[in-house]
Design a protein around this ligand. Structure first.
Ligand SMILES: Nc1ncnc2c1ncn2[C@@H]1O[C@H](COP(=O)(O)OP(=O)(O)OP(=O)(O)O)[C@@H](O)[C@H]1O
Ligand SMILES: [Mg+2]
Ligand SMILES: [Zn+2]
Length: 295
């Protein structure tokens, strides 16, 4: 039955042939899954995929992801910002887009525009309210995250920045698997008793999946004093840099703890948009430089 699977009317979408032909014995490679082809087509139009993750919660992943995306957009790049935090999506709030809804067509969805070159997608746009508990298990999360790539018309992007929930669970796994081996990780940590194990777990996770690590960011490193406007080293800063060196990961830089970052997050405007000239803004810009240098 040499070529019988090719064009066989019962050839299934998931490869092989539902009529019971053994794809191995019939000599045909299983047909590619059209969903995967659609994902590949979308990804082919995205130059750089950046995934922001951390073993720990509350270290500033969403803040860093939103501000990296904002800074790239301010540099004139076409940018997508994808929030794969399914249980606690925070990107819509950080950008004052909580009341926005993506435009939905039969076969695709338009991401929500923040500006003419920054586009956002988050489950937060699709669930009716913040209180809706989203009880989803692993395979459903993978399905949703695939949809966020496959069915969202991202168009031609220079960068797609993805914000993950903490840890090395279903969402970051699905994000890296969907975005593929060229997706580069940005790992965020804090200097407080530098979470060696957390960072190591994140690094190992990326390496096991075969994804390159763009670098490590030490957030909340030192404190920008609202009185004298200088940075006080109230916690031990610098641990992240030593840790990055120890693990053979590039150190992207440190961002001080700055009450203005909290305020901008609470008020829903990206820090980089209005405070780029402050020490914290400059620290963020320094972290964005090597990302911009990717071209
Ligand atoms: N450099 C900073 N200075 C001061 N506050 C900061 C800084 N970075 C983040 N924060 C604040 O810390 C809190 C947690 O930040 P954020 O939500 O970005 O963390 P996260 O790692 O995404 O959290 P989660 O693990 O829940 O997703 C927010 O209130 C945010 O405003
Ligand atoms: Mg977050
Ligand atoms: Zn001071």
């Amino acid at each position: 039955m040499s070529n019988s699977c090719k064009g066989c009317p019962s050839s299934s979408t998931s490869g092989g042939c539902s009529s019971g032909h053994d794809p191995n014995s019939c000599g045909e490679k299983p047909a590619n899954n059209p969903d995967d082809e659609k994902i590949a087509k979308t990804l082919g139009r995205i130059k750089h995929k950046i995934v922001v993750l951390s073993g720990k919660g509350g270290v500033g992943k969403s803040t860093v992801a939103a501000n990296i995306a904002m800074a790239l957009a301010m540099a004139g790049k076409q940018v997508g910002l994808l929030d794969v935090d399914i249980h606690g999506p925070s990107i819509p709030r950080l950008l004052s887009l909580s009341d926005s809804k993506p435009h939905i067509e039969a076969d695709h969805m338009e991401p929500v525009p923040y500006s003419s070159n920054l586009w956002v997608m988050s489950l937060g746009f699709l669930i009716p309210d913040k209180e809706t508990a989203v009880i989803w298990r692993g395979p459903m999360k993978l399905g949703l995250i695939k949809q966020f790539v496959r069915d969202v018309s991202w168009g031609d992007l220079d960068y797609l920045v993805t914000d993950c929930p903490p840890g090395t669970g279903d969402e970051p796994l699905a994000a890296l698997q969907t975005l593929g081996p060229t997706a580069q990780a940005v790992i965020v940590t804090t200097p407080q008793g530098v979470a060696v194990d957390d960072v190591r777990r994140s690094v190992t996770f990326c390496r096991q999946l075969g994804n390159p690590i763009l670098g490590l960011v030490e957030n909340m490193s030192g404190f920008v004093c609202p009185n004298c406007k200088t940075t006080h080293d109230i916690f031990n800063s610098g641990g992240g840099e030593a840790l990055a060196a120890e693990m053979g990961v590039r150190f992207l830089g440190r961002i001080p703890m700055d009450p203005e970052v909290v305020r901008s997050g609470d008020e829903g405007y990206p820090f980089m948009k209005v405070q780029a000239d402050t020490p914290t803004g400059k620290a963020l810009q320094k972290i964005v430089e090597p990302i911009l240098a990717l071209g």
